[in-house]
Design a protein around this ligand. Sequence first.
Ligand SMILES: [Zn+2]
Ligand SMILES: [Zn+2]
Ligand SMILES: [Zn+2]
Length: 247
Amino acid sequence: MRLTFLGTGGVWAAPVHGCTCSACATARTDPSRARAPASALLEVAGLRLLIDAGRTDLVDRFPPGSLDGVLLTHFHADHVLGLTLMRWSLAEPLPVWCPHDPRGYDDLTKHPGRLRFQTCAAGAPFRIGPVTVTPVALIHSRPTLGWLVAHGAKRIAYLSDTRGLPDDSFAILGAAPLDLVVLDCAYPPGTPGPRNHNDLPEAIAILAKLSPRQSRLTHINHDLDAHLPESGPDAPFASDQGVVEIV
Ligand SMILES: [Zn+2]
Ligand SMILES: [Zn+2]
Ligand SMILES: [Zn+2]
């Protein structure tokens, strides 16, 4: 399995329009420090699966036939915006596995074009070729699913957007060793609530409980990026274009 981060930013990822903080200033002068909407490409068993689709350049990045499907965590704009363009492709239909959410996003589910939305239920595994995908419930401001992907004995979990995890999801994720966990961590320590995303201590506590072999934090906002130099070695932040190989 190979996971490539296409974006690791939250909705207020650096650079934020009009912001003069240190993280945003750095991201403007050094594009490698900017963060696109949180999303990733998972390559496993000859399949290429997109996890979330907030980038608006997906139609340029993925020519016809280069994707086998999309695992969509939820219908917030920073996760689906690229699909509003991809749907009008004349290429083969593209499956999009997603949570049940009657609100959806604008007219995306009413006019899906080439997209084939397939509603998934937490705790109900399904197969994509030789790969088993188990949706797990997350805790967010609207229906949201994390994705546990297993191939042979290898298991990785992509868990964003969320603040905390339901007990049922801990049980599913903890049923066997995890090779990689990618987890929502939007805020620096002590960010006041109410929130729909983890801050750094909450994310670290979840990782400690899940105890994966590798971990990466994603959906990072500019104020967390500004705090990042103080975060210490226990905070495994992802970066755009970063790659994790599971062998
Ligand atoms: Zn900023
Ligand atoms: Zn969200
Ligand atoms: Zn988001």
